[in-house]
Ligand binder design. Sequence first.
Ligand SMILES: C[S@@+](CC[C@H](N)C(=O)[O-])C[C@H]1O[C@@H](n2cnc3c(N)ncnc32)[C@H](O)[C@@H]1O
Length: 227
Amino acid sequence: MGQRIISEDIVAFLQELLPQRPSLFAEIEKECEQDYIPLIEPEIGQLLQVFLGIKQAKRVLEIGTGIGYSTLWLALAPNKERHHVTTLEINNERYERACYYFEKAGVSSVITPLLGDAHEIIPQLKGTFDFVFMDAAKGQYPGLFHKIYPLLEPGGVLVIDNILLNGWVIDMYWPERRKKTMVCRVRELLEILKTHPGLLTSILPLGDGVSVSIRKREGGQFSLDKE
Ligand SMILES: C[S@@+](CC[C@H](N)C(=O)[O-])C[C@H]1O[C@@H](n2cnc3c(N)ncnc32)[C@H](O)[C@@H]1O
């Protein structure tokens, strides 16, 4: 997308420290590179698996399937009990390619891919989710956040990718006019995450920046502020 928020040599070193990935992952990485399809960095995939393993999530929602790379990281996360991943993609061709990879990986039974606009699909989803990963159009982040939040159960985890957006959000810089909305909306989302009374958030400068939030449970909290 642009420059990295951490230096190339640190990224390369972090990626060297990852265990070897299944060959199917390398195949999808190559296809995405050839066809200019955006995808998460493998270190973000690994981070998602660690979070899922800690949370022992059962119902996972992903916004922005792409061709299924991040969905496979989510679906293949080691859990005591099998979890289910619902993933949303607006682009028909990417959706088809993702379904092909889910079959090829043998994990179709644990993934529900849905084709359409997340803004329309999310309000129709049944039940709540204990893990949500958002990696869709960055200019839509605040709007999508407000739709996702009611579906995140207390104690649930919300992870959002590209939250530092090449560092552009820091000084509100956009390299070209058409990126202005995207930068403003991601910055808006960062402010929402910072002040939201229902969430506890940490921002990690890994990949293009990832936020990880937990939806607070009722009670069980101490406050040092006097009423
Ligand atoms: C960065 S790519 C996702 C990459 C994927 N998470 C991965 O790492 O393999 C973002 C995807 O979100 C999809 N998208 C954007 N806006 C969307 C919306 N409103 N509803 C559903 N999908 C959307 C795009 O078509 C695109 O494929």
